[in-house]
Design a protein around this ligand. Structure first.
Ligand code: ADQ
Length: 497
């Protein structure tokens, strides 16, 4: 039967994302080597491709000069120090681009248009036809490379069924192009998409001059996944109102082009056990045990609510002066998208605000804020998570937010308190956190006060529940969720269920 023959076909996973799980950097001898890159997507997906022996299509982080020949991808030098990046070079399909294209595609369209708009901040969004043109061209290029990956698999093994998994807002048009190319070549594939950022309500989405193309692009898939149900409903709503397509809000299906596309909430998780283990092994990084640590860890991004958070802390110190010399706010901010003006302005604003608060409240022996602008190692991060009394995760809007999950995974000692924004996808599930509206600065200050004065019993109960849920819904469970949603035969073969 048709079913049996499709069962007999071996599936192989092809991940398509803007970035590869590593960037290429010249070493001292000028040879290109891999450098592992941290970040939500990589942390979540690279281990899966490694385990499934799949292929990864993406940009290796360097630019080609016009006419320059494409360099070969080197093997990973040390798979122990880069546990996520140990894909073989023949598992990598690099997508090279020139700087001018990258600027318009990535800085311009992805981070200047999609990012603010999809985070419901339309005033920050820019809309330029040139950027859109570059976006379309780059999506065509990624789709072409993905098709090369598909053909490579099919040529190697006759009965293989490529399962193509496209990621994120950089590549919303790619799926429909891949489907068209595969149909032209008569190759059967499965196509899935996952969006790592929120999908906005129609009222916001329709501001995008290219809204139709984006929806058509996504509907090229068999399944479109989002973190939470709200984003799925927004997407269904857009399909209906933008195109009048038939949607079913009970079964989460869209009918389009004689196909039925499923829409699924797939909340991402973290490698829970790995973080817990790192927290067991990491040396103590903060020496003073007298002072309680309030921790913030974010990419320096205006969606993360860093300025509102510091203002809340300022408010706390003003209203509750007993915390002077008793607490330290440790904010770690990873430089991000430093070519984009909005991000340069935010850096400036943070520098000033940190200076102002430290100037106002410091004593001879103490400063209220320790501000690290830079990336730190995972081991050090685990130690900060473990030793913090409070972790403040208060984005103005966030697809999910992995920091909240990493914090609870590392809470293996005297349990701390998680403060969480309801506008992060994580706020949907992590009910035992203290939930606070980041725009409400005085209420956020009171919430920090409540966290700092919470009884051990209450902290224990809350943290136990949070940890249990995140351990169960870890990143492997997310992958299983994706494979289930794709009705994949890879399920149970290579991934522990
Ligand atoms: P991001 O916006 O990057 O991800 P987040 O989910 O918080 O946001 O992930 C950040 C990652 O970077 C975490 O794994 C964290 O450990 C790491 N990190 C942060 N600061 C660091 C530092 N100083 N040094 C080293 N590592 C650091 C996007 C979406 C999110 C979504 C993820 C996954 O915006 O909403 O949760 O994708 O889908």
């Amino acid at each position: 039967t048709a079913n049996a023959s499709s069962q007999a076909m071996r599936e192989a996973l092809i991940v398509v994302s803007n970035r590869l799980p590593f960037v290429l950097k010249p070493n001292e001898e000028g040879q290109l080597v891999r450098k592992f890159s941290a970040g939500g997507l990589v942390t979540a997906v690279a281990p899966v491709v490694a385990r499934c022996n799949g292929l990864w299509v993406g940009w290796p982080g360097i630019f080609l000069e016009p006419g320059q020949e494409e360099p070969a991808i080197p093997e990973s030098e040390d798979s122990h120090s880069t546990p996520f990046a140990n894909l073989l070079s023949n598992q990598i399909v690099p997508v090279f681009m020139e700087k001018v294209h990258f600027d318009q595609f990535y800085n311009g369209c992805c981070n200047g248009t999609f990012w603010p708009l999809f985070h419901s901040m339309p005033d920050r969004a820019i809309f330029f036809a040139d950027h859109w043109k570059a976006y379309l061209e780059m999506n065509q290029l990624f789709a072409k490379k993905a098709m090369e990956a598909v053909e490579r698999l099919v040529q190697k093994e006759k009965d293989i069924l490529p399962l193509v998994w496209v990621h994120d807002y950089h590549l919303t048009l790619a799926a429909a192009i891949i489907r068209k190319l595969a149909t032209e070549k008569g190759i059967r594939i499965k196509l899935g998409f996952f969006l790592h950022i929120p999908f906005p309500p129609w009222d916001i989405f329709r501001l995008l001059p290219w809204a139709n193309q984006v929806l058509e692009g996504l509907l090229g898939c068999d399944m479109v996944g989002f973190h939470i149900e709200d984003y799925c409903l927004n997407f269904l709503d857009c399909c209906q109102r933008q195109f009048d397509y038939k949607v079913d809000r009970k079964t989460f299906m869209v009918d389009h082009d004689d196909r039925r596309i499923s829409v699924r909430p797939l909340p991402i998780g973290i490698p829970f056990d790995k973080f817990a283990q790192m927290a067991e092994q990491a040396p103590r990084v903060v020496k003073e045990s007298r002072q309680k640590i309030i921790l913030g860890v974010d990419r320096l991004d205006y969606t993360k609510g860093l300025v509102h958070r510091l203002r809340a802390y300022e408010h706390l110190l003003t209203k509750h002066s007993k915390y002077i010399e008793q607490v330290i706010f440790l904010q770690i901010a990873v430089p991000s998208r430093t070519d984009v003006k909005e991000y340069q302005d935010l850096k400036e604003e943070m520098d000033q605000l940190v200076g102002k608060i430290n100037g106002q409240f410091s004593t001879a022996n103490w400063s209220p804020i320790r501000y690290i602008y830079g990336s730190i190692s995972q081991a050090e991060l685990a130690a900060f998570y473990r030793d913090a009394a409070v972790c403040v995760v208060t984005p103005l809007r966030d697809g999910m937010n992995l920091v909240a999950k990493e914090f609870v995974a590392c809470q293996i000692e005297d349990p701390g308190v998680l403060i969480l924004s309801p506008f992060a996808g994580a706020g949907e599930m992590m009910h035992e956190a203290l939930i606070v509206n980041p725009y409400e600065v005085d209420s956020a200050a009171e919430t920090i006060h409540r966290a700092l004065s919470m009884s051990l019993d209450e902290r224990q109960v809350r943290m136990t529940h949070l940890r249990k849920r995140e351990k169960m819904n870890d990143v492997d469970a997310w992958t299983v969720g994706f494979l289930k949603a794709m009705d994949s035969s890879l399920l149970g073969e290579t991934i522990p269920v």
